[in-house]
Design a protein around this ligand. Structure first.
Ligand code: ARG
Length: 498
């Protein structure tokens, strides 16, 4: 398309109203005339963190406009230069940048105004064929792409922190719990690598979201596209992270599923962080005494001098509710929205940014706590012979001797009762005769149970006997550890920090 020189008189560039540059159809100053309306409608206070993404989108859009002849190559160069200068200014000045003006509502209009201020006429052409509706949809997707990568790294770093702690304390034998009741013995590393798996999976969930993000909304305009010959594929090719153009302009400008996916992933991460925090709050009590938290991550009481409260863990647990709130706010915001952009959608960023900021801080804090925590092996060991942790092991021994499992379960259940009646606290305190009598009573020959039964008792022996893949005892721990060490050796990134 041939580009004609602009013939517009300078006076036509100034809105007659004295209001927002795009509200010339209104009388007076429009929404700018009521300060509450200005404050009410703005998103600048929270969307300015998208400036790099917005500028990246504008650069791709401008280059496409030049490619299809809607602006000249020189105008494109001026736009590129102007946007680069603006980005450098914001990089340096942040919130202090002089171009932020709440009366312009949002970051998109502030950047455009600053560009026009710098390069005038070519800057006035940047918005050709574009709306803030496709612009903000693009910015948010680009932001999620970066933020998801960042959280993936923070999750992986947290998983690695559990691996590091497991390398040191992982072979300590401890009670494993179901219903928070003593169940079967495990090694500390079994639990630590459970957390590593959980946070690793949370990271992979984000990788999946990033593969769903693809499709670039730019060129969808306000809702219907444009009658100008925009080359959407060229824009999409310039921003390869998002892939091809979105196939439907109405959908592209009015859905926020990328933000929802991201926030859901953050909510799952927060949910798991809160489980871990709760577990360690318990382990840190005098009653359990399983771990020692570093003094950096506990706080004192203003009244009780002896206190070391696990506040960081409690705050991680407590903040999860806020992240769920963000997810529900987003879901509720999108519920019932008719097609096409609705201003409700502006609120999406508040929620997803808040969830991201919260979870990111929690992940980094969690990593620091994990790296500085010690498991108290003496304390754990001292209570290991309580709770009949080896009862299932004895039943499995009987299975190896030909007893049907259900019967073995009943025999051992009876032996536990015998212990309790005699005031004994462990199956190993019974005599071989007691075990054999229980077998006979169940209809098996007494010698079904040999003296070797005792080598199946005691937590330390039990954890050495587990042989199934993925077990929480020694072999399972060593296998998982090997896989983690291999993976750790392959990662060259520096750990994420705030
Ligand atoms: N600031 C808005 C948002 O974040 C984009 C502006 C769309 N405004 C409009 N009048 N169509 O969603």
């Amino acid at each position: 398309m041939a580009q004609r020189p602009s013939t517009a008189p300078k006076s036509a560039k100034v809105p007659a109203s004295g209001g927002k540059p795009w509200e010339t159809a209104k009388s007076g100053a429009g929404s700018a005339s009521d300060p509450l309306a200005t404050r009410f409608v703005e998103s600048l206070s929270y969307d300015r963190r998208l400036y790099k993404h917005d500028i990246a989108g504008s650069l791709a859009h401008a280059r496409m406009l030049a490619k299809v002849g809607l602006i000249t190559a020189d105008e494109c160069r001026q736009i590129e230069g102007g946007l680069a200068a603006i980005q450098a200014e914001i990089d340096a000045e942040g919130e202090q940048w002089g171009g932020w003006n709440q009366e312009l509502e949002d970051l998109h209009m502030c950047l455009e105004a600053a560009l026009i201020e710098k390069i005038d006429e070519p800057g006035r052409k940047l918005h050709t064929g574009r709306s803030r509706n496709d612009q903000v949809a693009l910015d948010l997707k680009l932001w999620v792409e970066d933020a998801a990568t960042d959280i993936e790294h923070a999750l992986e770093d947290l998983a690695f922190a559990f691996v590091e702690l497991a390398r040191r304390d992982g072979r300590i034998v401890m009670p494993g719990y179901t219903h928070l009741q003593r169940a079967q013995p495990i090694v500390v590393g079994g639990e630590l690598l459970a957390w590593a798996s959980i946070f690793d999976r949370a990271g992979r969930r984000l990788t999946a979201v990033r593969t769903l993000i693809p499709r670039n909304p730019l060129g969808s305009g306000a809702l219907a596209g444009s009658s100008l010959p925009l080359d959407r594929q060229a824009v999409a090719d310039a921003l390869p992270a998002l892939g091809d153009p979105t196939p439907n302009s109405i959908d592209a400008t009015s859905n926020r599923e990328t933000a929802l996916d991201m926030t859901y992933c953050l909510a799952i991460a927060a949910m798991n962080l809160s489980r871990w925090a709760e577990q360690w709050v318990l382990y840190n009590t005098s009653e359990f005494g399983f771990i020692h938290l570093d003094d950096r991550y506990t706080t004192g009481s203003s009244m009780m001098p002896q206190k070391r409260n696990p506040d960081m863990l409690e705050l991680i647990r407590g903040r999860t509710g806020g992240v769920y709130g963000n997810l529900f706010a987003l879901l509720t915001m999108c519920k019932g929205l008719p097609l096409g952009y609705n201003r409700d959608l502006q609120e999406d960023k508040r929620q997803v940014f808040a969830a991201y900021d919260c979870v990111r801080d929690c992940l980094v804090m969690a990593r620091r706590i994990v790296l500085t925590t010690r498991f108290n092996s003496e304390r754990i060991e001292a209570g290991l012979d309580r709770g009949f942790l080896d009862a299932t092991s004895l039943a499995e021994y009987l299975v190896t001797r030909g007893v049907a499992f259900r019967t073995a379960h009943q025999i051992v259940g009876g032996l536990v009762r015998t212990c309790e009646q005699r005031g004994l606290h462990a199956l190993a305190q019974l005599a071989l005769g007691d075990l054999q009598a229980a077998c006979s009573a169940a209809g098996y020959p007494g010698d079904t149970c040999g003296a070797d039964a005792f080598s199946w008792l005691g937590a330390a022996r039990v954890v050495a006997r587990y042989q199934t893949f993925g077990n929480a005892g020694l072999t399972g721990f060593e296998q998982q550890m090997q896989a983690w060490e291999t993976r750790l050796a392959e990662v060259s990134r520096a750990p994420s920090s705030v």
